[in-house]
Design a protein around this ligand. Structure first.
Ligand SMILES: NC(=O)c1ccc[n+]([C@@H]2O[C@H](COP(=O)([O-])OP(=O)(O)OC[C@H]3O[C@@H](n4cnc5c(N)ncnc54)[C@H](OP(=O)(O)O)[C@@H]3O)[C@@H](O)[C@H]2O)c1
Length: 240
């Protein structure tokens, strides 16, 4: 099954992993709709990928998500890679700010749930949904309990929805350390060395590229016999 002529909506497709998915799916012949919240990123994406349609959405607002899918109409595949990086509600659990911790789930978890709710009635037969989480679900560190739980919840959501929404297939990609603009928070002159240090013990001893992560989404969209799965793109982190 290829993606030729299929309508693929990538929420979070203006940057990083999602932009990689949009580019790869466009190359595979899909009709691409990219959605995110910042007008600047949407304009930059439209320049980078002139074949893709750019639409505005803030997945924290259900009305905005509903309006997006009104505009999209029917679709074949939904890919959700949206994530914000304002780290709230982390740290030792006895000092955690619960309201801030709950806000951590707004984009990645509840945003995905809102998108699924409004996409499902419009997904054509044999379509799919692919969600995104991170290896923090499986390799927690001190002070990351909420992020870890949120990432794990996305995997459970994918598995449960695979049962509930069949024949629509629902899967997730679990990413390890992937080079995207989020790592620009490290000063440029230290970035490569720090990324190398963070990944040197992995079996694939380097940072992953967004294009490499994108291939997992393409497989899950095309793979008609795969549902309820979490595909790890982690450089082998799970194996050690
Ligand atoms: N990069 C990694 O190493 C890594 C590792 C593990 C897991 N992940 C997961 O992979 C996903 C993508 O990460 P990335 O590194 O590709 O991030 P990124 O480059 O920062 O991209 C995030 C995307 O989400 C969109 N977004 C943020 N808030 C939004 C909102 N309220 N409504 C709609 N769209 C919104 C952003 O666009 P706007 O700002 O325009 O809204 C952007 O397109 C995240 O869920 C992240 O947790 C990444």
């Amino acid at each position: 099954m290829d993606l030729g002529g299929k309508r693929v909506v990538v929420i979070g497709g203006t940057s990083g992993i999602g932009l990689g998915v949009a580019r790869a799916a466009l190359g595979d012949g899909a009709e691409i709709v990219v959605a995110s919240s910042s007008a600047d990123k949407l304009a930059a994406m439209a320049e980078t990928l002139p074949g893709a349609k750019a639409l505005s959405v803030d997945v924290r607002e259900e009305a905005s998500v509903a309006a997006l899918f009104e505009q999209v109409g029917t679709l074949d595949h939904l890919v959700f890679t949206a994530g914000d990086w304002a780290m709230r509600g982390g740290g030792p659990v006895e000092r955690v700010d619960i309201a801030a911790a709950a806000a951590q789930l707004e984009v990645r978890f509840w945003g995905a749930a809102r998108a699924i709710k409004h996409a499902v009635p419009r997904i054509r037969g044999a379509g799919s949904i692919t969600l995104t989480n991170g290896m923090i679900a499986h390799r927690p560190r001190k002070g990351t309990a909420v992020s870890s739980a949120a990432a794990g919840a996305i995997e459970h959501l994918a598995r449960a929805l695979a049962v509930e929404l069949a024949p629509i297939r629902v899967n997730a990609v679990c990413a390890g350390l992937i080079r995207t603009p989020v790592w620009n928070m490290i000063p440029e002159d230290q970035r490569e060395e720090r990324l190398q240090r963070m990944t040197r013990k992995l079996p694939v001893a380097r940072v992953g590229e967004a294009e490499e992560a994108a291939q997992a989404y393409l497989y899950l969209m095309r793979g008609g016999y795969t549902t309820g799965q979490v595909l790890r793109v982690d450089g082998g982190q799970s194996a050690i």
